[in-house]
Design a protein around this ligand. Sequence first.
Ligand code: MN
Length: 151
Amino acid sequence: MAATRAKTKRAAQGFTWEGVEVLAYKAEGAAPFKDVTRQVLFEDPHLAAQWRYFEVAPGGHTTLERHQHVHAVMVIRGRGACLVGDEVYTIEPHDLISVPPLTWHQFRATEREPLGFLCLVNAERDRPELPGPQDLQALRQNPRVAAFIRV
Ligand code: MN
């Protein structure tokens, strides 16, 4: 029986990999975000997961959202901050961030450098929910959160 052929993808310049396309984070206009790219590093029918690399350009941010599925994140480039629930954390390379189910989250790069992070998710997952006016009002009860979020 033939062994399964190993596939390797060499790192290219910067935080890119040969054979891995640099994709739009989301369809333009689908949700509010600023200057984010997405690369799918591992996607295999034998895995129930997808492993992605996201990069947020200086001053950029991901979408403020929540969903039932969870994220397991490791920062590998630059610095920034993230909201998880009602806490804002500064983040730097090798930090690990767990985003639990139905928890508001958003990532922002600093103004000076891109923020790059690996993100593990379920291959099959629910669609993200965006905050409505009442959600935003609740989030903004916390001044630190109010100052952080971008919508
Ligand atoms: Mn998410």
